[in-house]
Design a binder for this molecule. Sequence first.
Ligand code: RIB
Ligand code: CA
Length: 328
Amino acid sequence: METSKRLIIDTDTAGDDVTSLLFGLLWPGVRVEAITTVMGNIPVEQCTANALLTVERAGRSGQVPVYRGCDRPLLRPLVQAAYVHGADGMGDSGFPPPAIQAEAEHAANAIVRLVNESPGELEIVAHGPLTNLAVAYMLDPSIAGKIKRLWVMGGSCHFRGNITPTAEFNFYVDPESARIVFEGGFPITMVGWDVCCRYALVGGNDLEALKAIDTPIARFYHQVNRKALAFNLANGLEGVTHPDSVTIAMCLRPELIVRSGRYRVEIECQSEANRGFSAVDTRPAPENTPAWTGAGPNAEVVLEADYRLFYRMLTAVLQGDFGAFSNN
Ligand code: RIB
Ligand code: CA
């Protein structure tokens, strides 16, 4: 099948990131040019090992280079989420180390190089703290205009946070990097925690049906997401959340986006109580007032997605059967 999508996936590889990597690595017509790892859910060394293991489990060893990236936020002390995903980020599965190795080049340098080698052709799917993207931008600001689209899993639009009442984890961990990226002129589509909770939470009979899929990929999926599922159930979310994979699914099938809008998004970096909060200006006619002189829109913000279509895509990935999507 001809290549229809060329992707870089930037990831702080824990269970939900793994699900997104499987979409990219297995979906027909998609070429993952690179996986770049960044600290976040767990330390970057573990993120890198998890990404390499996922490449192996997807049967893509030797085909998809993995580049290790930033091991800390720009300014803040590292905050991690092993309490959600397990110490290994993989549901405390105790997997053996991967046989394949990461590349020697730093992720930020790899992003700059790859984008300059193929201007206008690559889409980046970023579902970790945005530190690698911010460092890449500081190395070469021109990349912002050379990326076809930057899909960001992060923030929250008029909805609660997850790590604090107001902030989503990826923006909380490195708010300065998120601000650099959102001010840098990238063609951003933002998929927030609100979209994940409303349109990509799989539980009940739908989750039971996924548990009945008897393939190695499906067993891997359930294993690496098992701790996060237990965390969700103990914290009022009745199923597996898919923030990262719903983001890449929108990249692969934009019709998954039911409603979105171009808005100004500003990332809070001053307040300690609300660090990482994503202020989305959805006012119909944002007039400049003494209290708000925000510049124009800087992101396409997803507001609504098609749960049933996402669920069909997730089922196809776990079954390894993309027949239902072959005609488009
Ligand atoms: O807030 C959810 C996001 O933070 C997901 O990308 C999860 O993997 C963590 O990185
Ligand atoms: Ca992630």
